[in-house]
Design a protein around this ligand. Structure first.
Ligand SMILES: [Zn+2]
Length: 481
């Protein structure tokens, strides 16, 4: 499709982490027996009054500040009227023309980007508004179930400008939003629990054309990968329709992950169908400058800034710093341990190559890991002070990962202390020399590489515990004598 380019915009829904729901005191928690976390307010009984959740509003403002939005001093909630079983009131409390946050942007970096500045660009944020989540519907053969536990959970909708041109840009944008929300503790963004969901809008136009093509919306994408694949599919499908002389209608499509294709759900309703009007039960929200500044003061360091700081403060490579700041929990883990070790790079290597590999092998998150940042640092200290060799450390670490025990305990229990006693090492060196006359001759004939063979022999005799530097030094001394 060389003669077409895609125009992509995203609508991302993020559940906000709070104790209670948006307008009632029901717990905001995932799962549970269906319809057990409900009350007259979130079930829409007559005569009840909603009370807005202050934390949810503050976190929405925080999300706006972190994405460079203007924060509205005056905002209000509206009723979005529709008739569907996922909302018992027959309307959803949302925000229409006066959302909390407007006109922001998010910086993304990656591969497969469009434009001149390959690999780096800003994506505009149109608005962020706050609403209540809807119930979860489960469709079974012959019947459907509805669970209102999710109805009323505070939900942010983050609407982007149509600034993306490739699926990779959309993927990087989603990833960046997730990072920001997690760093700020606004949401865990656990997609398997539906805490982050996205709809994509995509149209295609001939390269060089200014006018946008007909917008197609793909709804309910529950993974970044699904978003990426559905965009690739539409970028393939839409030009084919146009090239065959067909026309595209504005419509909503679904994504079939197994078949790897989108399918028609319905032709799109306009905003008018929702009959928005200000919720008469809720007062408008006014924010003073000092309220906004108070929230600004609580904002965390963001991943890009942290990455740069890691490069500067700890002399890490860009790559290492990027891997370590991918998730806040990993960055925190590193920062806990780095205070305790001599060389930050050693700790970074252990986290990136050993810890992340073990975590992925066990399919657990770093929060679930039994080895804390301090424990890993304590193990590295054992290498730094020559108590154990780097090779033995790998076995020690594997044991720590399995049992959660401290490194010194494992080293003691298994007798893994490095042998640094000169007399003991000398005995092993003598033994290795005495057992291998041909190799001694080779060395004396000038083949100095054979020293590695002797190091191997001594390490074997010591069961990997001899200090390698001492072994090499002593071998040289004896063989050169
Ligand atoms: Zn409730």
């Amino acid at each position: 499709m060389s003669q077409y380019e895609a125009v992509i915009g995203l609508e991302v829904h993020v559940q906000i982490k709070t104790d209670s729901k948006m307008f009632c005191s029901c717990a905001n928690r995932f799962g549970g027996e269906p319809n057990t976390r409900v009350c007259p307010v979130c079930m829409g009984y007559p005569g009840v009054l909603p009370v807005p959740n202050k934390t949810a509003i503050m976190r929405t403002v925080a999300a706006g500040l972190l994405t460079n939005c203007e924060i509205a001093k005056f905002s209000k909630f509206d009723r979005k009227s529709y008739f569907y079983p996922d909302m018992p009131k027959n309307y959803q409390i949302s925000q229409y023309d006066l959302p909390f946050c407007l006109r922001g942007n998010v910086h993304i970096e990656g591969e497969g980007f469009s434009g001149e500045d390959m690999g780096s660009r800003d994506i505009g944020i149109t608005r962020i508004h706050l609403e209540e989540d809807v119930a979860k519907l489960t469709h079974l053969p012959g019947s459907s179930g509805v669970d209102y536990n999710r109805a009323g959970i505070p939900l942010m909708e983050i609407v982007s400008e149509p600034d993306m041109r490739t699926p990779n840009e959309a993927y990087a944008y989603l990833n960046k939003l997730k990072q920001i929300m997690q760093y700020a503790g606004i949401s865990d963004c656990d997609m398997e629990k539906g805490q982050m969901r996205c709809d994509v809008n995509i149209s295609v136009r001939k390269v060089g054309e200014e006018k946008f093509g007909t917008k197609i919306e793909i709804k309910n994408l529950n993974s970044f990968r699904a978003a990426h694949r559905s965009l690739e599919y539409e970028i393939w499908r839409q030009p084919q329709v146009l090239d065959a002389g067909g026309t595209l209608n504005q419509e909503t499509r679904g994504w079939n992950d197994d078949r790897g294709e989108t399918y028609l759900m319905r032709t799109k309703e306009s905003d008018h169908d929702y009959r928005y009007f200000p919720d008469p039960d809720l007062m408008p929200v006014t924010l003073e400058e000092e309220d906004i500044e108070k929230i600004r003061a609580t904002l965390p360091e963001l991943p890009d800034a942290m990455r740069q700081r890691f490069v500067k403060d700890y002399a890490l490579t860009e790559y290492d710093a990027k891997v370590l700041t991918q998730e806040k929990a990993i960055a925190d883990y590193f920062e806990t341990g780095v205070q305790l070790v001599n060389n930050p790079k050693t700790l970074a290597n252990w986290i990136i190559s050993e810890l992340l590999r073990e975590l992925s092998g066990a399919s657990i998150s770093i929060e679930e890991c039994q080895v804390s940042g301090k424990q890993l640092a304590d193990m590295i200290k054992l290498i730094e002070n020559n108590t154990i060799s780097g090779k033995i450390a790998k076995d020690v670490f594997a044991e720590m990962f399995k049992t959660g025990k401290d490194a010194p305990v494992i080293v003691k229990e298994k007798g893994l202390e490095q042998v640094t006693d000169t007399g003991a090492i000398e005995g092993l060196v003598d033994q290795a020399i005495a057992n291998n006359h041909p190799q001694v001759q080779q060395y004396k004939d000038g083949n100095h590489k054979v020293i590695q063979f002797f190091v191997g022999q001594v390490m074997k005799l010591s069961k990997g515990k001899a200090n390698p530097q001492m072994v090499v030094k002593m071998l040289k001394g004896k063989l050169d004598a």
